[in-house]
Design a protein around this ligand. Structure first.
Ligand SMILES: Nc1ncnc2c1ncn2[C@@H]1O[C@H](COP(=O)(O)OP(=O)(O)OP(=O)(O)O)[C@@H](O)[C@H]1O
Length: 339
């Protein structure tokens, strides 16, 4: 049996756009999306000259490790959107059901998958994140989920699919409209944006998704974390530090999920840096930066982020936490009327 290469899927057809918790079957709408390769120079790493920063922990930036994937495939993935799994500033994430793969060898194993759908004004966040997935290919299935590609399609401004996405996005995060994308402003401080990012941040007629391996739940709240779990989490972020990826701004409880462990999941692989097999995985690289920090210095920053996660887990009590919000009836009625 062969496993699905990260670049095997060329096109994706998604049906049932977009369900809600109260109406998981909602939407007879369908769309087809095409893989878009993410340019290597999409993002500029932050490079400090090690000779002028002696003792500050800067190193020579290692080149991106060469991809171990075969030549790009031509497979077509067909799936319907299942349960809503979560959302953030940039996206809404759904389980994928009834997954079928065509134009691929029949013995290819497809693990349980999710689709991360960018909010219409956050396509650049997903594109940026897809660059980090490419950059961290060697730790996909190790300390981050396997990523099967970034896909896009153009949708006319007055299309039902676009309207449905806007309505669902608004439902899960009503305050999103018009929010400034601070990450891009930060990228701009390092020089002009890559033309693709500059163009995509003006567009409001693109649906963009990534297809990711489905992970398990977050760390259980309200109990002390074992030393073993803490060591595992620290080692997981050490893998990123070896690739000069600093993700301290997005180390949050929401962004650490259990490694998949169902009978249909793919096994977790040993770290190419520490040979450890992790029980947890990190997600969400919208705010990550590639910077020539040494591993210990990057790890120091990651420890700060993890300290916040440990506090959150250990001092949690239910009344404080009420996420996600319940859907309001009137919005739900509106959505149902669109089906
Ligand atoms: N691979 C996955 N498997 C299972 N659930 C996932 C997966 N990826 C994301 N989720 C769920 O979706 C939620 C939102 O995902 P994520 O944090 O990646 O979104 P985001 O929009 O990039 O967040 P933000 O921009 O606010 O940092 C997660 O907290 C988690 O509950």
């Amino acid at each position: 049996m062969a496993t699905l290469a990260f670049n095997a899927i060329a096109t994706v057809t998604l049906t049932g756009l977009f369900p809600t918790r109260k109406n998981p079957q909602a939407g007879s709408l369908t769309t087809q999306l095409q893989r878009r390769e993410v340019p290597l120079n999409l993002l500029k790493p932050a490079i400090r000259d090690p000779s002028t920063c002696k003792g500050n922990g800067f190193v020579d930036m290692p080149p991106r490790p060469p991809s171990k994937q075969p030549p790009p495939g031509n497979a077509h993935l067909h799936a319907s959107l299942g349960e809503y799994l979560g959302h953030g500033h940039s996206s809404i994430v759904f389980d994928l059901r009834d997954v079928q793969l065509s134009s691929a060898p029949s013995d290819v194993v497809v693990p349980p998958l999710v689709v991360k759908v960018a909010r219409i004004n956050r396509v650049t966040s997903l594109l940026r994140e897809a660059w980090f997935y490419d950059d961290m290919e060697c730790i996909q299935g190790v300390s981050i989920p396997r990523c099967y590609g970034y896909f896009e399609t153009e949708v006319p401004e007055d299309s039902d699919v676009r309207r449905q996405l806007l309505a669902v996005a608004k439902k899960y995060r009503p305050e999103d409209d018009g929010e400034e994308n601070l990450v891009l402003s930060r990228d701009q401080m390092m020089g002009p944006l890559h033309p693709l990012l500059a163009e995509r941040c003006q567009r409001r007629d693109i649906i963009a998704v990534t297809i990711l391996e489905k992970l398990g739940p977050q760390l259980p709240l309200g109990q002390e974390l074992s030393e073993e779990t803490k060591e595992d989490l620290e080692s997981m972020f050490e893998d990123m530090a070896h690739l000069c990826i600093n993700n301290v701004e997005d180390i949050r409880w929401e962004n650490i999920l259990q490694a998949p462990d169902t009978s249909s999941s793919l096994p977790s692989l040993p770290s190419p840096f520490t040979q450890k097999v992790h029980r947890w995985r990190a997600i969400d690289f919208e705010l990550a930066i590639k910077i020539n920090l040494s591993v210990p210095h990057c790890q120091l920053e990651h420890y700060c982020g993890l300290g916040g996660v440990y506090d959150h887990v250990e001092s949690w009590y239910e009344e404080e936490y009420s996420w996600p919000e319940e859907e309001s009836e009137s919005d739900e009625d509106w959505l149902e009327s669109r089906d």
